[in-house]
Design a protein. Structure first.
Ligand SMILES: C[S@@+](CC[C@H](N)C(=O)[O-])C[C@H]1O[C@@H](n2cnc3c(N)ncnc32)[C@H](O)[C@@H]1O
Length: 384
């Protein structure tokens, strides 16, 4: 297949992250269009998809539009897809999977569209090559996303394969970890770019601190992963991919300009965070400590402090948490002067206990839970 052919690229993200994603995509030099709740579009090639997979921190999947067409029912769908030259896209020795979402009256069973698409692709390849590729539900090889709404159909090559949130470093998840893409989005929204200290008390498995270290040294998140959907396509340009990775490695700095401090009251959380940071190759860049959040060392201002406390839905008892949230407000006032203080929480009632006025509230989703990143400007002395 021609990896330099331009098409629409749909970049998906979790709800709440689209503004961060847009900033990231535009910083890479692309013009974005059609931003919606969970994604946006650009124009580009498979080579652009490789670059996006390597560099984006807040994206879920990078989907290259292969065909847009119309189909009223499964028979029409099969007839159209079997007529395409799939042998040019997927080797007969490959394995592929189809992920589908359908909203069409002829679809009674959710698995049916995926099966129909798979059958058409396998038959099309077998006709040309005399051999049928394997297919199933694993997402480690070629992945196709099929969407069917009324009679409109879109089939995308999912160039990411597994979602980009799975960076591969979180071998020890600990309790209620934040998704890696969400952690990156929260940091970017807090304005973190490595140009001032970052303090992460309540670090849990270390996701925020690890993502911060990657941002600070300009290390592409995609360098942490070796497998992508695009690498299984026919005509994958391995030499070009290796050059992209080499250039990204060269662009990464070795040291931090300002410290990153990560603490947690639970010793096991720090064991997990250290191990995860090691897997991500950034353990030497983060200062870890076991302590109550209020005992965390605060470097000289200005800086950013970011806490992700439990919020009583999945973990923690609400009455005890009320006291913790109140203590967080006191801690900000007493020890964090000159800092931009942030709390990421899914419980606005608990947030009221902080007792400080927010300067910004940014909505996010942690899975299905609606959350807010609350910002408090803690002034040195009294606010004029
Ligand atoms: C929601 S989890 C943080 C998850 C983290 N963002 C991650 O990605 O793994 C909250 C963390 O706060 C810690 N914690 C609770 N009370 C604390 C306290 N008083 N001082 C410090 N850490 C505390 C818990 O041990 C837990 O690891």
């Amino acid at each position: 297949m021609n990896i330099n052919k331009e098409s629409t690229i749909l970049i998906t993200c979790s709800p709440g992250l689209v503004e961060c994603l847009q900033t990231e995509v535009e910083a890479l030099g692309y013009k974005t269009f059609n931003p919606h709740k969970a994604g946006l579009e650009i124009k580009g090639t498979i080579v652009d998809c490789m670059k996006l997979n390597l560099n984006l921190r807040t994206a879920f999947n990078v989907l290259y539009l292969f065909k847009e067409f119309q189909s009223k029912n499964p028979d029409q769908l099969y007839r159209y897809l079997v007529s395409l030259n799939w042998a040019d896209v997927i080797s007969e020795d490959e394995y592929f999977t189809v992920v589908s979402r359908a909203d069409n009256p002829s679809v009674k069973h959710t698995m049916f569209p995926s099966m129909k698409v798979k059958d058409a692709i396998v038959d099309s390849i077998a006709k040309v090559k005399g051999k049928r590729p394997d297919s199933g539900s694993e997402r480690n090889n070629v992945v196709l996303n099929f969407y069917w709404k009324d009679k409109n159909c879109w089939i995308y090559i999912n160039t990411s394969g597994n979602k980009l949130a799975d960076r591969g470093y979180r071998k020890m998840p600990h309790a209620a970890p934040m998704q890696e893409t969400l952690a990156a989005g929260v940091l970017l929204t807090a304005g973190y770019d490595g140009s001032m200290p970052l303090v992460c008390p309540m670090c849990g498995s270390g996701t925020l601190a690890i993502e911060a270290a990657l941002i600070s040294i300009n290390k592409s998140a995609g360098l942490l992963r070796s497998n992508y959907g695009f690498a299984h396509l026919k005509d994958f340009d391995k030499a070009l991919w290796q050059k992209m990775r080499k250039d990204a490695l060269k662009a990464a700095k070795k040291t931090l300009a300002f410290p990153i401090i990560a603490t947690d009251i639970d010793e096991q959380a720090i064991v997990a965070a250290k191990q995860n940071a090691k897997t991500a190759g950034v353990d030497h860049l983060i200062e870890f400590a076991v302590c109550d959040f209020a005992e965390t060392k605060i470097p000289q201002a200005p800086g950013i402090i970011l806490l992700n406390p439990e919020y009583g839905r999945r973990l923690g008892d609400t009455t005890e948490l009320e006291e913790t949230y109140k203590r967080m407000g006191d801690f900000f006032k007493q020890k964090c002067a000159g800092y931009a203080a942030h709390i990421f929480t899914g419980n606005m009632n608990l947030a009221k206990k902080i007792g400080l006025r927010t300067s910004r509230k940014t909505p996010f989703f942690n899975g299905t839970i609606e959350c807010r990143l609350l910002k408090y400007d803690i002034y040195e002395g009294s606010k004029k």
